[in-house]
Design a protein around this ligand. Structure first.
Ligand code: AGP
Length: 616
């Protein structure tokens, strides 16, 4: 949700800022803009649409050379995706330029105040008020931009990352953060600010985490952090543990294709070091105290979108292994319904980005109720793990495509490890049972690899179905969240009506959607592992086929029972039932990616979306 880059140093700021924006474009691509200071003047270029439009503009209308600059790529909230709403926004006297990620909730009141003071507002955004407020505060702050920023921030409500430059302080970049992400990259004679380390990892791996309500001041040689009152605070340093190449396409046409292909490695990395040689789980890294795990009486998962689907899959496993009730809550709904959560609950927040505002707010609510909190997260140093009592990182590596793929599989792995750990600590499984499940998990990278080796049929089918108007997905047990995930992938990438249902629920209403030729993709339970569910799903298939559906079954190798009932069968390796989501989801990812490609869509940056949703 908006990408932010700031630079001050010895190099040409524009090049560094635009390269950073390219790496952050997944966060929003409604418009892009940059500002630099040169010869005591601010220079701004901004353009609606993708970063490429801004780059074209910069080609025809070049900017002056400068070693201080800021840049922004936008996911629109207040005001449409137009040139005038694009950031940076500039004060009336062209002194200050500001970029922003988040929502300033009291912006209407501030706009009225500025309008009453005779300020002309040139955009419909909430951000623009900050540029004018900064210009008004500068004289009260002895013309010191950091102090003006602190004064303004004290007046703002909502979530914001702000980065500003002032033409009269050309060697300074000032950032501020409340709720929305902002990290500092510490270089040698140069420093960076960005929403995500991806923007500067090619230049430095030394990063600083900023906390809540902090202001950071960068010069080429210094980084100073204070709170909003001006008191010095210490930012926590950390080392980025991946290379810039991990955030590049690496020979693939699309980030999504690369990330789908990386899944065996991602799953293996997320298991590594967490299973001992004698077949036990060790999660010492999380600081989860065994006494706490023994004392809880329920698990609550809070997450959004794909991460919530991973939580739904995990519910089946954790309840089975621990006999603890597991509730899976959409984070955006959680705190608004007086949920039953307290000191006896283990709340697991699942988030790839670690910045999803709905999940963060749900986490904070759970903490106020005394719950013990654990983050399952892919982004080291992000807000959700920082604010949780404990964290288990997934090692998927940077996920750039907006549609989540490898994050999903690794979230399931991490949640399964937590479930097994709970079972181990609480003694709800025998040691040999635990060992058996761990061996199954360790077998999954090679099973996912097998699926990836045989995707040609899925891709052909996707091209064949590209003109369908609607696709339904059915599953039972763990196949149900897989069906939801398949439908979500298709909606977000192919912009088609797609819905996932529990197969048994269809007859209670949704079956009315079936008409001649409607594709219905069915995740078929293992014939050997869950013959009971398998047979029920065959009945559900017959119900839709009788009404004209075109049935595509995702079924395990050797399940010949399914053949007479399906128009197409996509084969997946035989794995135990609780492991099936890890293999059954992959063809659905490939299907959505290929179908969207056939429709000519921008798969990595689908319309209206952004990778990291940092507004509620
Ligand atoms: C799925 O493809 C989406 N990108 C989306 O549903 C995503 O999973 C959701 O917004 C949660 O994001 P998070 O994991 O970063 O919290």
């Amino acid at each position: 949700m908006c990408g932010i880059v700031g630079y001050v140093g010895q190099q040409q700021a524009l090049e560094i800022v635009v390269a950073g924006l390219r790496r952050l474009e997944y966060r929003g691509y409604d418009s892009a803009g940059v500002a630099v200071i040169s010869d005591g003047e601010l220079s701004v270029r901004k353009k609606a649409g993708k970063l490429a439009n801004l780059e074209t503009l910069l080609g025809s209308d070049p900017m002056p050379q400068s070693t201080t600059g800021i840049g922004h790529t936008r996911w629109a909230t207040h005001g449409g995706p137009t040139d005038s709403n694009a950031h940076p926004h500039v004060s009336e006297d062209s002194t200050v330029a500001v970029i922003h990620n988040g929502i300033i909730e009291n912006f209407a009141e501030l706009r009225s105040e500025l309008a009453a003071a005779g300020v002309h507002l040139a955009s419909e955004t909430d951000t623009e008020v900050v540029a004018h407020l900064l210009a008004h505060e500068l004289p009260n702050a002895d013309d010191d931009l950091p102090e003006a920023m602190r004064r303004v921030c004290r007046r703002l409500e909502g979530a914001f990352t702000l980065v500003a430059i002032d033409r009269s302080q050309p060697d300074v970049v000032v950032g501020a953060r409340r709720n929305s992400p902002l990290v500092v990259g510490v270089g040698d004679g140069e420093n960076f600010l960005a929403s995500d380390v991806a923007a500067f990892v090619a230049h430095t791996k030394q990063a600083l985490e900023l906390g809540q309500d902090q202001v950071v001041v960068l010069t080429a040689d210094s980084v100073t952090v204070t709170d909003f009152a001006g008191e010095p605070v210490e930012a926590k340093p950390y080392l980025v543990d991946w290379d810039a190449s991990a955030a590049e396409k690496g020979g693939y046409d699309l980030f999504m294709l690369k990330e789908i292909a990386e899944q065996p490695r991602a799953v293996a990395d997320s298991l590594r070091g967490r299973i001992t040689k004698d077949g036990r789980i060790q999660l010492d890294e999380t600081n989860l105290e065994e006494a706490t795990l023994r004392s809880i009486n329920k698990v609550v998962v809070i997450a959004c979108g794909t991460a919530a689907h991973a939580g739904m899959v995990a519910k089946y496993a954790i309840e089975h292994w621990t006999r603890l009730p597991v509730e899976v809550e959409l984070a955006s709904e959680f705190r608004y319904r007086d949920p039953i959560v307290g000191p006896d609950s283990l709340v697991i927040a699942i988030s790839q980005s670690g910045e999803t505002m709905d999940t963060l707010m749900a986490l904070r609510y759970a903490k106020t109720q005394g719950a013990r909190t654990l983050a399952i997260c892919n982004t080291v140093g992000s807000t959700i793990p920082r604010e949780s009592d404990a964290v288990l990182y997934t090692y998927a590596g940077p996920e750039i495509a907006v549609a989540s793929t490898k994050a999903f599989l690794t979230q399931i792995i991490a949640a399964y490890l937590v479930g097994m750990y709970l079972a181990q600590v609480r003694g709800t499984m025998f040691e040999d049972e635990i060992r058996r499940v761990l061996l199954q998990l360790e077998d999954m990278p090679s099973k996912v690899d097998l699926v990836l080796d045989t995707t040609e049929g899925v891709r052909e089918l996707a091209r064949d179905l590209a003109n369908s108007t609607s696709v339904l997905f059915l599953g039972r047990h763990v196949g149900y969240p897989v069906a939801l995930e398949g439908a979500l992938k298709l909606k977000e990438l192919a912009y088609m009506h797609a819905e996932g249902f529990p197969a048994g629920e269809l007859k209670h209403g949704p079956i009315a959607l079936i008409e001649d030729g409607v594709p219905v993709i069915v995740v078929v339970p293992s014939a050997t592992g869950r013959a009971d569910l398998h047979d029920k799903v065959i009945s559900n298939i017959q119900e839709v086929r009788a009404r004209g559906a075109r049935v595509i079954a995702i079924a395990e190798e050797g399940d010949e029972g399914i053949t007479p009932f399906a128009d197409h069968v996509i084969r997946i390796p035989v794995v135990p039932t609780l492991m099936q989501p890890l293999v059954a989801t992959v063809p659905l990812q490939v299907f959505a990616c290929e179908l969207a490609t056939a429709k000519g869509h921008d798969v990595d940056q689908p319309r209206n979306l952004a990778k990291s949703v940092t507004v509620e």
